[in-house]
Design a binder for this molecule. Structure first.
Ligand code: NAD
Ligand code: UFG
Length: 343
């Protein structure tokens, strides 16, 4: 019998990683999760098992800890690494940039150094649309230059992209796929895993869900004077399960080829803040109280993906609608008003 391929998922206990773990297990990969739980809860691991019937191997540790990473590669015949571990708060990265460079950049270098030593050369890396910066006009394609992220979080992603591109240029054994996510939202249909921000959410979807749920009194809409159809910010929201499917396609690509590739993972459609509020209200039958306030520093008017390259090369296209995204977010929020802490 053919053995399953083993994938190491750094950050696999987190929001995107847990959904990807489900899809990998369903696609007959053996999954090892390496996570320090700095921004996640161990209950997600049990719930991955509840959904799939398979408990992933869990290593509780930090990607910066070389001996832990080396041990994984010596104990398991890892076929590819999907690298999601990282800190992701834009505002925190501005107030504490060194933590972001330390965790994301040094951690990301540590990982590939260990991979090279172990002879593992396949890597998918979670990057972000934020690297394109404020001057990119949408739909933005992977070829857009110059990428100019405006905060340390975004720069930590761009630095790693460049480092990974350099290692591919230096050694033909590497096969690296960079995935630039747009705005991942939604949750698994089971409502057993979902986004679980600690404290008051920064992002629109978890914030609106908390308002609908009565946990927060009202939404602040950050500006209605942008050059967009209704004046509010336009983004490319993508269902986290579609995002996970995009990873499977990209994994398939790097299993067959070497070199360095970049793909946008978005839907290709921009949606405004007011449209999101309206669809939330329609699905939940709850009015979302909101007030328009000043623009949020660092925000741009519009950002959505050119998805031509991901479709052409990976044969991947997001399938789920905005309705699905909000319905699944709402189901997760209703069943878990306090996230994993309430379980
Ligand atoms: P998340 O915080 O839910 O998951 C990240 C996981 O990495 C967490 O479980 C955390 O505990 C772990 N982690 C962080 N530093 C670690 C370290 N040094 N060692 C081991 N584990 C560590 O975030 P997410 O939304 O699932 O994002 C996953 C990846 O996708 C991140 O790299 C993020 O920057 C990137 N990304 C996310 C978004 C988004 O909007 N969610 C958008 C673009 C890119
Ligand atoms: N918004 C509000 N009120 C809120 C929160 C957000 O009006 O309380 C607006 C924002 O101004 C923006 C839109 O809703 O117009 C989306 O904001 P999010 O914070 O949900 O998402 P961003 O596009 O700002 O950023 C997200 C992640 C980044 C990532 C980026 C691109 O937070 O880490 O997507 O992938 F880099």
């Amino acid at each position: 019998m053919k053995a399953n391929r083993i994938v190491l998922l750094t950050g696999g206990a987190g929001y995107i990683g847990s959904h990807l773990a489900v899809r990998l297990i369903e696609s007959n990969y053996d999954v090892i999760i390496l996570d320090s739980f700095v921004n996640s809860n161990e209950r997600s691991i049990g719930n991955i098992a509840a959904i799939t019937g398979t408990l992933p191997i869990l290593v509780n540790g930090d990607i910066r800890n070389r001996s832990i990473v080396d041990r994984i590669f010596s104990e398991y015949d890892v076929s590819a690494v999907v690298h999601l571990a990282g800190l992701k708060s834009v505002s925190e990265s501005v107030s504490d940039p060194l933590s972001y460079y330390e965790n994301n950049v040094i951690g990301g270098i540590n990982l590939v150094t260990a991979m090279k030593q172990a002879g593992v050369f396949r890597l998918l890396f979670s990057s972000s649309a934020t690297i394109y910066g404020p001057n990119a006009s949408s739909p933005v394609s992977e070829q857009y230059e110059p990428c100019q992220p405006v905060n340390p979080y975004g720069r930590s992603k761009l630095f790693l992209e460049e480092i990974y591109s350099d290692i591919c240029a230096s050694d033909p054994r590497w096969s690296v796929g960079v995935l630039r996510y747009f705005n991942p939202v939604g949750a698994h249909k089971s409502a057993l895993i979902g986004e679980d921000p600690s404290g008051i959410p920064n992002n629109l979807f978890p914030f609106v869900s908390a308002v609908v749920n009565g946990n927060l009194p009202k939404l602040n809409v950050f500006g209605d004077d942008y050059d967009t159809p209704d004046g509010t910010g336009v983004r490319d929201y993508i269902h986290v399960m579609d995002l996970a499917d995009g990873h499977l396609r990209a994994l398939n690509w790097i299993e067959k080829r070497t070199g360095y590739d970049v793909w946008n993972l978005g839907t290709g459609t921009g949606v405004s803040v007011l449209e999101i509020i309206r669809v939330f209200e329609r699905i939940t039958s709850v009015e979302v109280p909101f007030q328009v306030v000043e623009r949020r520093a660092g925000d741009i008017a519009t950002c959505y993906a050119d998805v031509d390259k991901s479709f052409r090369e990976l044969g991947w296209k997001a399938q789920r609608t905005l309705f699905d995204m909000i319905e699944d977010t709402w189901r997760w929020q209703q069943k878990n008003p306090n996230g994993f802490r309430g379980l």
